[in-house]
Ligand binder design. Structure first.
Ligand code: KG4
Ligand code: ZN
Length: 341
């Protein structure tokens, strides 16, 4: 007799995306995401608006995921949710929903660390032939809230070997975009405009931070003052040089990330190297990562595009791996806005 399938409902609500996914034995059957346009005109996420939007979206998003997956709710083995890190009001919506869902169906509840889930997105099975990183591997996690170099010894044995001492890489992209008057979130807009620009057009000072830590606030400030100074001389500066500005700031951010990643791979003597988090969708980072991979003979791994930015499939796959260890939580659990690896 074959063992019954393990079906996990994953819920993600840590920031401004309400997402639900169904994963069956490690394969994604449905992955639904509702973004929140309400923040666009504020140039950043407004926490109170985010929690309200999660409340409106959560039931329809979960229903859509279940419908798309073709399963019946009663077949779900467990519900996994993002416990943190993230915005408290947003996390509470996902946590409360997941707790009620588990209680109503009498199934186990699984807590997930969002940053860990970005890394474990590498284990989502697109096909049985898909290569996954071998342990130990080094993962550069770059998102709107985190920039970390993580040594991954096993699914749930991770050591942070480097982190940002101020802004995250995604934040640096978003803040540079704001200086240029681009819409939020600006990372992908910078990426698109940079494709038409010259990355060597402007040079910004490289942050000097010891070890494997990162810093982006100095870069952000020098970009801001440079643009302000140029605008004093020519009010059309941004419009005339937008693509070059995007390409140059993108180049500066990506080169900081790649330098630290390359030196950490030497220090930790690992050739299995992975990227994770929203910024891993960036085309220059992906290109430079692939180039470094062939130069250094790395085995390189980047999740599918849709699993790089916030999504619930990564929460569900983490839930699946925890389910296999029977690592469940209980109804007393609460959201955790600060949740270290
Ligand atoms: O992982 P994620 O979706 O959310 C967090 O956990 O923070 O990452 C969002 C971040 C934002 O800062 C966004 O601007 C950035 O990822 N991002 C990009 C690109 N796509 C998303 N940054 C640069 N280039 C991109 N193509
Ligand atoms: Zn994220």
């Amino acid at each position: 007799m074959s063992t019954p399938a393990v079906i996990i409902l994953g819920i993600e609500s840590s920031c401004d995306e309400t997402a639900a996914a169904i994963v069956c034995d490690g394969k994604v059957l449905a992955n639904v995401i509702a973004g929140q346009k309400v923040h666009e005109c504020y140039g950043g996420v407004v926490p109170e608006f985010a929690s309200r939007a999660h409340q409106t979206n959560i039931v329809p998003v979960v229903n859509e995921a279940v419908q798309k997956s073709g399963i019946n709710k009663k077949e779900i083995s467990a519900v996994a949710f993002t416990r943190g890190p993230g915005l408290l009001g947003s996390l509470l919506v996902g946590a409360s929903f997941a707790k009620s869902f588990a209680l109503a169906l009498g199934i186990p509840l699984i807590e997930v660390n969002h940053v860990q889930a970005h890394i474990l997105a590498h284990f989502i099975k697109a096909s049985d032939r898909q290569a996954v990183p071998e342990f130990p591997f080094l993962c550069l996690t770059v998102s709107g809230g985190h920039t970390q170099l993580v040594l991954v010894k096993d699914y749930f044995e991770m050591t942070v070997v480097g982190t940002t001492i101020d802004d995250a890489a995604g934040e640096a992209f978003d803040k540079a975009a704001k200086v240029l008057g681009l819409p939020y979130p600006g990372g992908q807009v910078i990426d698109r405009l940079a494709a038409q620009g010259n990355p060597q057009a402007f040079c910004f000072p490289e942050p000097k931070v010891p070890g494997f830590d990162f810093s982006f606030s100095g870069l952000k400030t020098s970009f801001l003052y440079f643009v302000k100074d140029e605008l004093k001389k020519n009010s059309g500066f941004i419009e005339e040089r937008k693509n070059d500005l995007c390409a140059s700031i993108q180049h500066a951010i990506v080169s900081c990330l790649m330098k630290k990643l390359t030196s950490a791979s030497r220090k930790f003597n690992t050739r299995y190297i992975a990227l994770a988090g929203g910024v891993s969708a960036n085309s220059e980072l992906r290109r430079k990562f692939a180039e470094a991979g062939s130069e250094n003979k790395w085995h390189v791994f980047i999740p599918e595009f849709e699993y790089c930015t916030d999504n619930a499939a990564m929460i569900a796959i983490t839930g699946y791996l925890k389910y296999l260890k029977q690592d469940f939580t209980n109804q007393k659990i609460t959201a955790l806005p600060v949740f270290n690896l």
